[in-house]
Design a protein around this ligand. Structure first.
Ligand code: HEC
Ligand code: HEC
Ligand code: HEC
Ligand code: HEC
Length: 448
C-alpha cells in the first residue's frame, strides 16, 4: 500500500527538495536525552483547535512575512494521513482486526489508540482536547500548555519553547525516536505478529523519505536556519537507520517483547522468509548472513544500509557491525541465550553509530560515496529480500534529494524514472519483482 503512495509522491519529493535547502555545515545537534516522546510528557495537551486559529497555524495559504508557514493545520488536515489515523480505527479493516484480537472495538482500545491518536493520559487532556483528532500537532510537538503562551507572544526563541515542553522535532535523533515509536514501536507500544496476523498492515519506515512525504508542513529557509540546527537529508537517513536497528534489537533483547511462547517475536524477522509463494523456488544465498536455506532470517534491512554508511564514515565500526549482525544471524540457529547476547552487542554498536553520525558532516563527498555504495550493493545478492530492496530504494530517493539540495544536481540527474520503476517493482508485496528491481537500479548511472 505504502509503496504505491511513495511512487506517486516521488515527484513531490523531488519538488520538495528544491526548496528544502538544508545547510551542509556541521550544525550542532545537542540531543536532549531527557525529552520524552510527547505522549508520555508532563504537559497538558490542549487540542488541535488551540493551534488552528486563522492567525495561528490555520491560515489557508502560507504567510509572506512570518517565520513559519502558518498554514500547517490545513496541510495536516487535508494532506497528512496522521489527521485520519483515528478515523481509520472506525473502518472495516480495523473492525476486523479488533474482532480477530477479541477487542470490543478498535477506537476505544489503548492498543490501537496509542499509535492512531494522541493517547496521552486522561489527566493530561485539556478542555478542548479531542481524541478523534488522531495523530495531531501535540502528538509530535509536545503538550502545548506551557509553550502556547510564550510562543504566541513572539518573545520566545526556540530554546525557550523547548524549555517549556516543546519536543525537539528538528533533531534527527529525537525525530527518529518519535516517528519510530509509532512506525515500529517501542517498549510501551508495539505491533506484534499477533496484531499483524489479525490483519494489521506491515510497516515500513525511512526517516528522511517519510519526513518529506508526510508531507512536510515546514520550509528550511535562511530564517529557519537561524532559529534551528539543520541536519541534511543524508545524515537524517543515516541516523534514522541506526535508531531503527536499535529499536529492532532492543525488542529482540527485551524479555517482554522478544518472545511469544516457544517462538521469538516474528515481526522482528523478514516477513517473506515465511510469507512467500511456493510455486517457483526463489531462495538464493545471502552471503553476509552466513545462513543456509530454509531458515527464518532476522530482518537486517537497516543493518544493510548502515553497513554501507559505516564503511565510509568509520570502517572499524562498519566491520564490527557486519560481524555482529552475522553473529545475530548465527545465533538464531543456536538458541535464545545466544540470540539475546548478540542483540545486546548490536545495540551498543547502533548507539555508537548514532553518536558518530551526529557529529559527522555528511558533505558532498559523503553524498557521492553513499550513492555509489547503495547502487553497487543494491545490485548484489544481499538485496534479494524485499525489506532490503525497499530500504535501498528509499535510500536512493533520500540521497538524490540531498544531492539536489547540496547543489549536486548532476549526481541525481536522470534518477527519477528508474527510481519510479524500482518502486513499481516493490508495489506488490506478495509478488514483488526482484529482477525488475535490479534492472531499474542498473539503469541509474550517476555522473562521476
Ligand atoms: C503517535 C503515533 C505516530 C507518530 C509519533 C508518527 N506517526 Fe506517522 N503515522 C501514524 C499512523 C497511525 C499512520 C497511519 C495513518 C492511517 O492511515 O490511518 C501514520 C502514517 C504516516 C505516513 C503515511 C504513510 C503512508 O502509508 O502513506 C507518513 C509519511 C508518516 N506517518 C510519517 C511520519 C513521520 C515522518 C513521523 C515523525 C516526524 C511520524 N510519522 C510520527 C502514527 C504516527
Ligand atoms: C505501534 C504503533 C501502532 C499500533 C499499536 C497500531 N497501529 Fe495501526 N498503523 C500504525 C502505522 C504506523 C500505520 C501506517 C503503516 C504504513 O503505512 O507504513 C498503521 C496502519 C494501520 C491501518 C491501515 C491504514 C490505512 O491507511 O490503510 C489500519 C487499518 C490499522 N493501522 C489499524 C490498527 C488497529 C485496529 C490497531 C489496534 C489493534 C492498530 N492499528 C495498532 C501504527 C500502529
Ligand atoms: C507526525 C508528526 C507531526 C505532526 C502530527 C505535526 N508536526 Fe509540525 N513538524 C513536524 C516535524 C518533523 C517538523 C520539522 C522539524 C522542526 O522544524 O521541528 C515540524 C515543524 C513544524 C513547525 C515549524 C516550522 C518552522 O519553520 O520552524 C510548525 C510551526 C509546526 N510543525 C506546526 C504544526 C502544527 C500546527 C501541527 C498540527 C496541525 C503539526 N505541526 C503537526 C512533525 C509534526
Ligand atoms: C517464522 C515465520 C513467520 C514470519 C517471520 C512472519 N510470519 Fe506472519 N504468519 C506466520 C504464521 C505461521 C502465520 C499463521 C498462519 C495461519 O494462521 O494460517 C502468520 C500469519 C500472518 C498473517 C495473517 C495471514 C492471514 O491469512 O490472515 C499476516 C498478515 C502476517 N502473518 C504478517 C506478517 C508480517 C507483516 C511479518 C513480518 C513483519 C510476518 N508475518 C512474519 C509466520 C510468519
Amino acid at each position: 500500500m505504502i509503496r504505491i503512495k511513495i511512487a506517486k509522491t516521488l515527484q513531490q519529493l523531488a519538488r520538495a527538495a528544491l526548496f528544502l535547502l538544508p545547510a551542509l555545515g556541521l550544525a550542532t545537534l545537542a540531543s536532549d536525552a531527557r525529552a520524552q516522546t510527547p505522549q508520555y510528557g508532563q504537559d497538558l495537551h490542549i487540542g488541535v483547535t488551540s493551534c488552528a486559529g486563522s492567525t495561528c497555524h490555520g491560515a489557508t495559504t502560507p504567510w509572506e512575512n512570518s517565520t513559519v508557514l502558518q498554514n500547517e493545520y490545513v496541510t495536516w488536515s487535508q494532506k497528512d494521513e496522521h489527521s485520519k489515523a483515528y478515523a481509520t480505527l472506525l473502518n472495516e479493516d480495523s473492525k476486523r482486526i479488533a474482532a480477530n484480537l477479541g477487542l470490543p472495538n478498535a477506537h476505544e482500545a489503548d492498543l490501537c489508540l496509542d499509535c492512531h491518536a494522541d493517547n496521552t493520559p486522561k489527566d493530561k487532556r485539556g478542555r478542548f482536547f479531542q481524541i478523534s483528532d488522531g495523530v495531531a500537532c501535540e502528538s509530535c510537538h509536545g503538550g502545548a500548555q506551557r509553550y502556547l503562551g510564550i510562543h504566541i507572544s513572539g518573545a520566545a526563541n526556540h530554546q525557550d519553547n523547548l524549555n517549556a515542553g516543546m519536543y525537539p522535532t528538528e533533531d534527527p535523533v529525537k525525530r527518529a525516536e518519535l516517528c519510530l515509536s509509532c512506525h515500529f514501536g517501542d517498549d510501551k507500544k508495539f505491533v506484534t505478529h499477533r496484531i499483524m496476523g489479525a490483519g494489521h498492515p506491515r510497516m515500513s519506515f525511512e526517516l528522511d523519505t517519510f519526513t518529506a512525504i508526510q508531507p512536510a508542513h515546514f520550509e528550511i529557509d535562511n530564517d529557519y536556519r537561524k532559529r534551528k540546527a539543520v541536519a541534511n537529508g543524508v545524515r537524517t537517513w543515516a541516523i534514522g537507520q541506526a535508531i531503527a536497528l536499535k529499536r529492532r534489537v532492543d525488542a529482540a533483547a527485551d524479555p517482554q517483547r522478544g518472545w511469544d511462547g516457544l517462538f521469538p517475536e516474528l515481526v522482528l524477522f523478514d516477513c517473506q522468509a515465511c510469507h512467500h509463494p511456493l510455486t517457483a523456488p526463489t531462495w538464493q544465498p545471502r552471503p553476509s548472513t552466513g545462513l543456509p536455506s530454509g531458515v527464518v532470517r532476522f530482518d537486517d534491512s537497516n543493518a544493510l544500509m548502515l553497513g554501507i554508511i559505516a564503511d565510509h564514515v568509520d570502517s572499524d565500526l562498519g566491520a564490527t557491525l557486519k560481524q555482529q549482525m552475522k553473529a545475530l544471524h548465527a545465533s538464531t540457529l543456536e538458541g535464545l541465550e545466544a540470540y539475546k547476547t548478540a542483540a545486546n552487542a548490536l545495540k551498543e554498536t547502533a548507539d555508537g553509530l548514532v553518536a558518530k553520525f551526529s557529529t559527522h558532516a555528511f558533505g558532498k563527498d559523503d553524498i557521492a560515496a553513499m550513492m555509489t555504495g547503495v547502487l553497487t550493493q543494491a545490485a548484489a545478492a544481499e538485496f534479494s529480500d524485499y525489506a532490503g530492496a525497499e530500504q535501498a530504494t528509499m535510500a536512493l530517493s533520500a540521497i538524490a534529494a540531498a544531492a539536489r539540495d547540496a547543489g549536486m544536481a548532476e549526481l541525481a540527474k536522470g534518477i527519477d524514472a528508474p527510481l519510479a520503476k524500482a518502486f513499481t517493482a516493490l508495489d506488490k508485496y506478495d509478488g514483488w519483482d526482484h529482477p525488475g528491481f535490479q534492472a531499474a537500479i542498473a539503469e541509474i548511472k550517476p555522473a562521476p
